[in-house]
Write a protein that binds this ligand. Structure first.
Ligand code: ATP
Ligand code: MG
Length: 552
């Protein structure tokens, strides 16, 4: 982490204490996504925390796919998750791991629990088991199979593994305490029957361990010292500890919980994001409106800005809701400093300079960015005709309007000062062209007559420019808290979250923009060349400032 003066967050304090006490040699963390969807901004927080502390304290972080639920998982998600973690700027220790790598070991530890009298095969159906489990205020009841003898349970477990029984007809349960105040301790299920093909193990298994059974043991096998997860797992910690305690695991990891990230106007649940994709509300997991890492990347967010945002929000012990404006601030801040500048007009209006020679062409040089000396300057072709933004011209206007007006002057960015003369209209009274004059000697100089222009506008040469589609994105949700209370999150969708401008025009160099390259389109906003589309397409990353679109 770059910010060394920052006080340690509570997780870092715990790690520092353990290092100081010598209770561990080397910090090992892990990021454990389930490959059942793409990573979202909430995961970025977990990634930055797990990989971040490993970097800070000279440890390592593993990437472990928590693949115990084959029905919903897919290698498409595995590949996307790996790409996203790398794009965020992190590298895991050695190869990625899979909980399924440990299925053999987990199975033999399950037999160990049975032999120790700490687990049994139960024949209650899932519905019956739920009834027996009791409630928050009522103790559960013992399963009639709880005292099944060890040999019978071992035999049935093996036959479960062989595929002899139907899904839901049997499960392996830990024998803990049906009266526990913590429902997770009421004889939790360790294995269930799922006759599913698995993306890593194929058809080898038809019983799969539960998250609760597999997770801590995976941590122990990998020598994870600090198993950092979100708060909803706090109630699972006693079970995590119970299993680590009662199994002959090679190391003793500990679980620590931190608050989930929630963002205003944003959905951060894989299930809901998947629904948006499956029902066609967006164009896929990497739609630039999605709060996924892949969507952010396609939209032009930078890894630096996402990491900065995660740093800004910090790590707390309670869940919180963060204003999405904070994320947007981090993006803008980064792009303002780093994005090359370019000129573009979304709604072109032609300007003809009546006093500029018909065939004359000039090449004007302009800085790559006022904030970056390392960028090469751009060469802009200039001629008698060019385009400006329709909004940048009015026939008459008050003093607050500092753009092109008849009888007034304005500076063209990096070029001449011009003065408006006449608006040419079509039969319906729409302005289709502006006649103007350029003031000689005003390249980089004020007009000799002392009448200075009030404002600067961008322009694009008519004789040589790039033409492309531009996509302007609004928030995907109009509701600040989509799906809050009893509402359906889909009701909060913004019907106008995508505006397509089929033929925007920009300076010629944009034709050569690399896929994914970001720009500040001067006076319009931050855009990036779409990384997928074959035809030239620029996505708006974010507006210049929040007041964009407000009339000046
Ligand atoms: P979702 O609720 O979106 O399905 P999940 O927790 O089921 O998320 P996993 O793939 O299991 O998704 O998550 C991997 C890791 O990311 C877990 O350690 C989880 O705690 C963490 N994580 C998921 N969502 C958030 C979030 N909103 N804020 C912080 N960490 C998160
Ligand atoms: Mg999960």
């Amino acid at each position: 982490m770059s910010d060394t003066d920052k006080p340690l967050n509570f997780i870092e304090q715990i790690i520092q204490k353990d290092l100081d006490a010598g209770t561990m040699q080397k910090l090992v963390t892990r990021f454990p996504p389930e490959p059942n969807g793409y990573l979202h901004i909430g995961h970025a927080k977990s990634i930055c925390l797990n990989f971040g502390v490993a970097e800070t304290f000279g440890g390592v972080c593993n990437l472990r796919f928590d693949d115990t639920n084959p029905a919903k998982e897919d290698t498409e998600f595995v590949d996307a998750i790996k790409a996203d973690v790398r794009w965020l700027g992190f590298e895991w220790a050695e190869d990625e791991r899979y909980t399924s790598n440990y299925f053999d070991q987990l199975y033999s530890w399950a037999q160990h629990l049975v032999r120790e009298g700490l687990a049994y095969v139960c024949d209650l159906s899932p519905d019956e088991a739920r009834e027996y489990r009791g409630t928050l205020t009522e103790a559960g009841k013992h399963s009639p199979y709880r005292e099944r003898n060890v040999d019978d349970s071992l035999d049935l477990l093996e036959r479960m593994r062989q595929g002899e029984f139907d899904e839901g007809s049997k499960s392996l349960r830990a024998k803990i305490d049906m009266a526990s105040g913590n429902i997770n301790m009421r004889d939790p299920v360790l294995y269930r029957i799922r006759k599913e093909h698995h993306h890593q193990t194929g058809n080898k298994w038809c019983i799969y361990p539960t998250y609760d059974y597999a997770h801590g043991q995976g941590d122990a096998i990998e020598g994870v010292t600090h198993s950092i997860c979100t708060l909803e797992f706090a109630d699972h910690k006693p079970l995590y500890n119970w299993l680590v305690e009662h199994l002959p695991v090679p190391t003793k990891p500990s679980q620590y919980e931190f608050g989930r990230l929630n963002l205003t106007y944003t959905v951060t649940s894989k299930r809901k994001l998947k629904q948006l994709v499956d029902e066609g509300h967006v164009d896929g997991w990497d739609d630039p409106r999605m709060p996924t890492i892949a969507g952010f990347r396609r939209r032009g967010y930078t890894p630096e800005s996402i990491r900065k945002f995660c740093d800004m929000i910090g790590v707390t012990r309670s869940d919180g809701v963060v204003d999405v404006a904070m994320l947007e601030h981090a993006i803008r801040d980064d792009l303002d400093k780093n994005a090359p500048r370019a000129m573009c007009v979304l709604k072109p209006l032609k300007v003809v300079l009546t006093n500029y020679p018909d065939d004359k062409r000039e090449e004007l040089s302009i800085a790559g960015s006022p904030n970056r000396d390392d960028l090469p300057s751009r060469t802009l072709p200039f001629g008698k005709e060019f385009y400006i933004e329709q909004d940048d011209f009015r026939e008459e206007a008050n003093k607050k309007y500092k753009r092109l007006v008849i009888g007034k002057r304005v500076r063209l960015r990096g070029a001449y000062v011009i003065e408006g003369d006449e608006a040419v209209k079509d039969g319906d009274g729409n302005i289709i062209e502006v006649r103007a004059r350029y003031i000689e000697g005003t390249l980089g100089e004020n007009p000799a007559d002392g009448i200075k222009p009030k404002g600067v506008i961008q322009w694009v040469a008519a004789h040589e420019h790039a033409t492309f589609e531009a996509r302007i994105y609004g928030r995907l949700f109009l509701d600040e808290a989509p799906g809050a209370g009893d509402s359906n999150f889909l009701d909060g969708i913004n019907p106008d979250s995508l505006q397509i401008i089929p033929a925007a025009i920009g300076e010629i160099g944009l034709n050569k923009a690399a896929l994914g390259q970001g720009f500040q389109f001067e006076r319009i906003g931050y855009f990036c060349r779409d990384s997928v589309s074959e035809t030239p397409l620029f996505n708006q990353t974010i507006s210049l400032k929040d007041s964009f679109n407000k009339p000046t």
